[in-house]
Write a protein that binds this ligand. Structure first.
Ligand code: ADP
Ligand code: MG
Length: 249
């Protein structure tokens, strides 16, 4: 279970998160929506421990462990996974090697045996096939020359291989066509169940059609101004954020 209480954070000296209270029980998927600039990505980065994002107050714990006290690598080892809005390109770094290193780092931290190159490739090929990704994406350099859609699929591949306990997807759907949206949703749905929670940051009701969330939260100016069931996303698609924001002001 993810428990966030009164979380405030600043970036570059600007206060961005102004008191976030959010609980994601074990096994649940929650969507975060809200206008651009409201702090959605900041929330994801703060939970993953990205540098330059300064927590100024409040708390965030995952299964009772203080997330904010941990280094980013320790958070990853504890099963926290962040799929970036803009995945980084790593020229000269082979995608399969990169993924195997990440998977083995987590297996080590969790006391499991590491996978050798042959074992890993077998697993990775099965996952790329399931995600309808071309095999050669494993041989290429990480995200270099990948289309927007391929980068997002690569994030979903990472998630499938890492099997996180808490996944934070930051607009993993942006720029995806309808088929690719379904692949992202299926990637999350495949992990659904006890021992897995997710925060899905999205603008798209379409993604949420495939990935029915337990709860939907609307973030505006660093605060959650409304929470509801899946119908809230449908309502927002019709009426937009403006009336909600006016109501909350
Ligand atoms: P969202 O993901 O909801 O669109 P962000 O979390 O990316 O919003 O950004 C929230 C606010 O923080 C924006 O006003 C943005 O300009 C600001 N911000 C983000 N990153 C930085 C940074 N590195 N330095 C200064 N301000 C930033
Ligand atoms: Mg964002």
């Amino acid at each position: 279970m993810l428990e966030i209480r009164g979380l405030t954070a600043s970036v570059g000296g600007n206060d961005i998160l102004k008191g976030i209270d959010l609980t994601v029980p074990d096994g649940e998927i929650h969507a975060i929506m809200g206008p651009n600039g409201s702090g959605k990505s900041t929330l994801g980065y703060v939970l993953a421990g990205r540098e330059d994002y300064e927590v100024t107050g409040g708390s965030a714990s995952f299964n009772g462990i203080d997330l904010l006290a941990m280094e980013p690598e320790e958070r990853a080892a504890a099963g926290v996974f962040l799929a970036f809005q803009a995945p980084v390109e790593l020229p000269g770094v082979n995608n399969a090697n990169f993924l195997r290193t990440a998977v083995n780092a987590i297996r080590r931290a969790q006391g499991e045996e590491e996978l050798d190159a042959v074992q890993f490739l077998k697993l990775a090929r099965a996952e790329t096939k399931r995600l309808h990704m071309p095999d050669d994406m494993l041989k290429r350099n990480v995200n270099v020359g990948f289309s927007g859609g391929e980068k997002k699929r690569n994030e979903v591949l990472q998630m499938a291989l890492l099997k996180p306990r808490l996944a934070i997807l930051d607009e993993t759907d942006s720029g995806l066509d309808i088929d690719a949206l379904k692949i992202v949703a299926d990637g999350v749905n495949a992990l659904r169940g006890p021992g897995f929670s997710a925060l899905v940051i999205t603008h798209h009701q379409r993604l949420l059609d495939h990935l029915v969330p337990h709860r939907v939260h609307v973030l505006s100016k660093g605060r959650i101004i409304r929470s509801g069931g899946p119908d809230l996303a449908k309502e927002l698609e019709k009426s937009g954020y403006a009336s909600l924001i006016a109501e909350a002001a």
